[in-house]
Design a protein around this ligand. Structure first.
Ligand code: ASP
Ligand code: MG
Length: 410
């Protein structure tokens, strides 16, 4: 017998019919002899609808009241799911975040879970009940309702799994696992049976939207075994593991290719090559709350140097304005920029033990005549920035060259 936490997202509970389908699945797991705790999101579209209501009153709603409002979507689904489970003859009980003491900090709209008192859940499990918990919400030390940020139900599930020391946390969603890359771009992308936690973290932060990144971080911190599965199709899904050695044995050097369409690049040339210059250029950008992603500084020549960095596309105009100001102050040669670029990254723990990965990557891009504008590397990742018109071609050719495609059934 195992203790399993299952999380169903908005589309999986998007109608009464679907909720009844989830009830059947949950009961089936319970009948296999497992203790089951279920975390649910609001019905699809509901959270957006609530946010829109708030915006009709104020562009910047009071954060405390915003949380009181948007947390209601999940309260609806926990009750409906419990009813559906009981209708099928299985005892169940629903709880809001407050009721099971999902304690968070007070950062409304993006609160972090500090602690969960799992006693009440344990008592129910002992009594043979299925426990249904509202995702996305918690309560701060003053009793205020908080929410965890969009997609936060994943984090609720992982946190509950950690608190209960669950054997597995299963995230049911509308895809059947984590893929080598986005199948909408590369039709022969392959579902991964396993991916290491570190790789998942890179994939999630690079815009692969299967799991909320905070949930992945949380799982890593507590070593929660996490599995992503399709909510209606049967299948093993993708297991996120912590055992790198087992992964390396499978001799897949690269596990996946992630990409980010939301990038823009900025360059300032001809600035004095002297101490403090990076701080003078990048400091004001950071102070304006603009997140900088990649940074390149050239080797100086004739006492001058250049900087190129990337920011989110939404911040491009603002960053450019600031940079123009700095350029004037420093007497820089010029400022240029481009908001039609993308970042593409290959990710794999196997990179640690294999040489020549970068040259394989660059060779594949060269063969397609794709110009690389920037390169950055980490231990398990190589990223390049290219013109957005090459996105599809680049991802496809990299997917090919690293042999990530689906193998025809033998
Ligand atoms: N209902 C919330 C949202 O739409 C939380 C979640 O679905 O995970 O963001
Ligand atoms: Mg969601």
């Amino acid at each position: 017998m195992a203790l399993i936490v299952q999380k169903y997202g908005g589309t999986s509970v998007g109608s009464i019919e679907k909720i009844e389908g989830v009830a059947e699945k949950v009961i089936a797991t319970h009948k296999q002899g497992h203790d089951v705790v279920v975390v649910v999101s609001a019905m699809s579209g509901e959270t957006n609808r609530l946010i829109d209501l708030a915006r009709q009153i104020s562009e910047i709603p009071n954060p405390r009241e915003y949380d009181v409002l948007v947390s209601t979507g999940e309260q609806v689904t926990i009750a409906l799911l419990s009813m559906a489970i009981e209708k099928l003859g299985q005892a169940a009980r629903s709880y809001t975040g407050h009721q099971v003491h999902i304690r968070t900090d007070s950062a409304h709209t993006k609160a972090r879970i500090m602690d969960i008192d799992e006693k009440r859940v344990r008592e129910d499990l002992k009594a043979g009940r299925i426990v249904v918990v509202a995702g996305f919400q918690g309560v701060d030390e003053n009793g205020n309702i908080t929410t965890l940020g969009r997609g936060g139900s994943d984090t609720t599930a992982v946190a509950l799994a950690a608190a209960l020391k669950a054997d597995e946390c299963q995230i049911y969603t509308d895809v059947d696992g984590v893929y080598t890359t986005d199948p909408r771009l590369v039709p022969n992308a392959r579902r991964l049976d396993r991916i290491t936690f570190e790789e998942m973290l890179e994939m999630a932060s690079l815009g692969s939207k299967v799991l909320q990144i905070r949930a992945v971080e949380f799982a890593g911190k507590y070593g929660v075994p996490l599995r992503v599965l399709h909510s209606t199709q049967a299948g093993p899904g993708t297991l996120i593991t912590y055992d790198e050695e087992v992964e390396n044995m499978e001799d897949a050097v690269i596990s996946g290719i992630a990409f980010n369409r939301d990038e823009a690049e900025l360059t300032i040339t001809g600035v004095p090559d002297q101490p403090g210059i990076a701080y003078q250029i990048l400091g004001p950008i950071g102070e304006a709350n603009i997140e900088i992603d990649m940074i390149i500084q050239n080797i100086g020549a004739d006492g001058c140097t250049d900087f190129t960095f990337t920011v989110h596309r939404n911040d491009y105009k603002k960053a450019r304005q600031i940079l123009d100001g700095i350029a004037k102050e420093l007497g820089a040669r010029q400022v240029t920029g481009d908001d039609t670029i993308v970042k593409i990254s290959i990710v794999g723990v196997g990179m640690r033990s294999h040489a020549g990965i970068a040259s394989t990557m660059f060779g594949a891009l060269a063969k397609e005549g794709i110009n690389i504008r920037m390169i950055s590397t980490s231990e398990i990742k190589i990223s390049v920035v290219v013109d957005e018109k090459y996105l599809e071609l680049a991802v496809r050719s990299l997917h090919d060259v690293f042999g990530l495609e689906q193998k025809p059934a033998a």
